[in-house]
Design a protein around this ligand. Sequence first.
Ligand code: ADP
Ligand code: MG
Length: 404
Amino acid sequence: MASLSDQLGDLRGRRVLVRSDLNVPLDGSRITDDGRVRASLPTIRELSDAGARVIVLAHLGRPKGEPEAKYSLRPVAARLGELLGQDVAFAEDTVGPSASETVAGLEDGQVAVLENVRFNPGETSKDDVQRGAFADQLAQLAGPSGAFVSDGFGVVHRKQASVYDVALRLPHAMGRLVATEIEVLRKLTVDPERPYVVVLGGSKVSDKLGVIDNLLGKADRLLIGGGMVFTFLAAQGHEVGRSLLEDDQLDTVRGYLSRAEASGVEILLPTDIVVDTAFPTGDREPQPRVVPADRIPADSLGLDIGPDSGAAFADAVKGAHTVFWNGPMGVFETPAFAEGTRSVAQALTEVDGLSVVGGGDSAAAVRQLGFDEAAFGHISTGGGASLELLEGKELPGIAVLERP
Ligand code: ADP
Ligand code: MG
């Protein structure tokens, strides 16, 4: 990839807005997984080294268009400073007086983080005018010689002010992280080496069902774990107790099952499930129990795939030359329900070929379970964005960069 200076011209002294994805999991003000902060470093460093005055735009969580202390980026800005090894200024608003003052105080090579862009209703508004007005204010911060670098891979599938509209207003370029992500994920869509196995799990069931539609024509085997399992089991007529279930998707899932059979794509479902009578909370010792997948007790809920399924999924993964995995196999945050996720993660590290992990929680699981990130071909920082790329959709935040 050409350097950002090659693309944007000499950056010395210019204010450059960078949209990064710093949406990290927090426990109070403690960052429990800083993977996304680290992934944003190469672009920020490159800009800083080129003498730009770097203004980082990011969001945290889902505030409702107004400031909310628990979603402040302040602790994230502090972590960014530690990792960069240089002071990082923090503005207490996004386009208000604190931002103006902070930006005015930047010298060449210095970095500032502005407060959560989602504290402004214009950021995620569906109204082009409202979003545009906010993007105008952001662009003004960059000033007449300003530029925009899009590096928040986790949000490039969103038509939002700091992702999309600001790119219409400033000279723009794609950041290192986004460029790397796209390069790797395109390998999965363009002629993947076979067998190509996709493992899906997690809890955003209806989001992910859409991907299956597209994958039925591409992957050789589809392994289903996590919260999605129960909609499949219910579609086959089984009792799923109090497990996660999307009733309104049952017909869709039945359609997938029959299409898979007709097209020769194998959908592998777990044969055993780890259940408990309550969702794990801090106050209660988990009481995990393994049951056959077609006999989940009515008073229980499925919280992980069972050991037989973990072994079968691992074998299927190891037999592949291309693997994409999105979504934990169980509620891995609790050790009693982490073994299915561990089996799959371990198998990915043993793949002879390309193994890709996508999704914020899946990436966090890999690190939490103690795996070496380098053992995977690629760990994507974006769940929704990576799935949409795989689905073959046009991502607004990428398409806009291709416009002059
Ligand atoms: P990703 O961020 O990797 O795309 P998701 O956000 O879809 O993944 O889902 C991650 C969450 O799914 C985890 O917090 C995990 O606890 C939860 N999960 C996994 N299996 C189950 C299950 N059987 N029931 C409820 N939640 C589950
Ligand atoms: Mg997630």
